[in-house]
Design a protein around this ligand. Structure first.
Ligand code: SAM
Ligand code: SF4
Ligand code: F3S
Length: 472
């Protein structure tokens, strides 16, 4: 039965009245997509989402373990839950305090679930990354009175088969195509929190996307995985092949994929960028460092030269393509020369933007066991130098956009210094803000042609040339 505001849903022995769930997601797009899956399962148990923590019957933290900062944020939010539970409203019918259930999922819960349960009184249950689709069963157990459990098992089956869940009405959807990571870069916790690589079959993904396009009105798809370039290796299939199959779906306008590892970029993927009309003009290809000796210690399996050659091939295949990257500043024992090599690579690569982070030691990884001599100050200074250099590059790249026309898919409306502006993304993944032609005009999920009028390193403004409506 479809739950409504007032009906109670009966599942097994239990009745589920309408309840509210508040969810906090940390980390990468994969976690955001997992949260979407969680929400879609919970709606079957009569839960609707609330933005107010104090209204919640169920609180879920979908955690990230990639850097210490992400961990600290979660622990501090979990600390606040003690108060929330203690101050929960009194139910007028029972005279009892509302029983707020608190759960932690995601990457911290995968590796530390059992310890978390033991350590934090306010936490009712924990669940790992491979059991997201069993959330209904876990919530059922919690409401059946089971206390303090952690489910962190891995799915041992050979095939990875799911159906994409979407809970929003937007024309953009995340579609998981591969899970896990086998790369074991020396600094990275992800292979420990997400397990081994497993791909969905190409035929299943194509069917899934066709359903999203034809039934749910999806127009833009982001193919997801920690290492999407390894897609299909276990089944004799490839990302390039998948892209060309998806290309044929009528009504699908744009395709993106993330995240890529340079080692696994194959010629057929470069060809897909040459031949596909739907593949976006953007590639996020994390390089991490410009120094070959650091890349070696990171176990990245490529050199700076190989990387630059690769992005050269990509740009030759599609001259419109913008490239973005991830950089880690201050890898253990990085020398000043090694750091300089990264600054040089930024000049050579001309990235459209980068995500940059100071190295953060993650327990259990090889890099955390290195006898590191760098101080936080050095790491901080190098990170600032990387960011300053990139901002200069970015500023000059963005200046080159002025006067050109881009087609954007409009995502949201906001207020900037008292002025109403709409924001959308270009195919090359740049955000563009523009003022509406009239305040009543609703551009939500419209395709709009904009001419860029001004640009800084971080923001691009445009004016509307043509509103194409909800279908380009
Ligand atoms: N799979 C992607 C790849 O191969 O580059 C990215 C995975 S990771 C979730 C996202 C980014 O976090 C990485 O590209 C890296 O720059 C950064 N990262 C991962 N571990 C880190 C660590 N221990 N310290 C600082 N940054 C880290
Ligand atoms: Fe982490 Fe490396 Fe895997 Fe990316 S490829 S998720 S950085 S281990
Ligand atoms: Fe974080 Fe896990 Fe993603 S560690 S970055 S949420 S895969």
């Amino acid at each position: 039965m479809e739950p409504t505001e007032t009906t109670t849903v009966k599942v097994g022995e239990l009745e589920f009245p309408p309840r509210k769930v508040w969810m906090k997601t940390y980390g990468c797009q994969m976690n955001y997509h997992d949260s979407e899956r969680i929400m879609s399962h919970l709606s079957g148990l009569n839960f609707t989402k609330t933005e107010e923590k104090s209204d919640a019957d169920l609180v879920i933290f979908n955690t990230c373990a990639v850097r210490d900062l992400a961990n600290q944020k979660f622990y501090s939010h979990l600390g606040e839950m003690k108060k929330l539970k203690a101050n929960a409203d009194i139910n007028p019918e029972t005279g009892l305090k509302k029983n707020v259930i608190v759960a932690a999922g995601g990457c911290i819960a995968q590796t530390e679930g059992k310890e978390l349960i033991g350590k934090y009184k306010q936490l009712d249950f924990a669940f790992g990354t491979d059991v997201v689709d069993n959330i209904g069963e876990m919530v059922y157990r919690a409401y059946a009175g089971e206390k303090k459990f952690a489910v962190t098992s891995w799915d041992r089956s050979d095939n990875y088969s799911i159906e994409t869940k979407i809970t929003h009405g937007s024309p953009m959807a995340f579609v998981n195509i591969i899970k896990g990571c086998d790369k074991f870069c020396s600094y990275c916790i992800v292979p420990f929190t997400r397990g081994r690589e497993k791909s969905r079959r190409l035929e299943e993904v194509v069917k899934d996307v066709r359903r999203l396009v034809e039934i749910s009105g999806v127009q833009e798809v982001m193919l997801l995985g920690q290492n999407v370039n390894s897609y299909g290796k276990d089944n004799g299939e490839s990302l390039g092949q998948l892209i060309m199959e998806l290309e044929a779906i009528q009504g699908l306008e744009r395709l993106r994929y993330t995240t890529s590892h340079p080692y696994d970029v194959t010629d057929d993927l470069v060809e897909a960028h040459r031949n596909s009309k739907k593949l976006a003009n953007h590639l996020h290809l994390p390089v991490q460092s410009g120094s070959n000796t650091v890349l070696q210690r990171m176990l990245r399996e490529y050199t700076a030269e190989h990387y630059l050659d690769l992005i050269g091939k990509m740009r030759a295949a599609n001259p419109q393509m913008t490239i973005s990257s991830d950089i880690i500043a201050g890898f253990p024992n990085e020398t000043e020369e090694e750091h300089e090599a990264t600054l040089r690579l930024l000049d050579q690569a001309q990235f459209d933007f980068i995500y940059s982070y100071a190295f953060s030691a993650r327990k259990g990884t090889k890099a955390a066991r290195m006898n590191d001599v760098l101080s936080d100050d050095i790491r901080g200074r190098r990170l600032r130098e990387i960011q300053d250099r990139q901002l200069k590059i970015q500023e000059s790249i963005r200046q080159g956009m002025i006067g050109k026309t881009f087609r954007i898919l409009v995502e949201e409306k906001g207020l900037s210094k008292g002025v109403t502006k709409w924001t959308g993304r270009t195919s090359c993944y740049r955000l563009v803000h523009f003022e509406p032609e009239s305040l009543e005009q609703d551009y939500q999920w419209h395709w709009v042609d904009v001419e860029i009028t001004s640009a800084t390193a971080l923001s691009t403004q445009g004016k509307v040339l043509r509103d194409l409506g909800k279908r380009p």
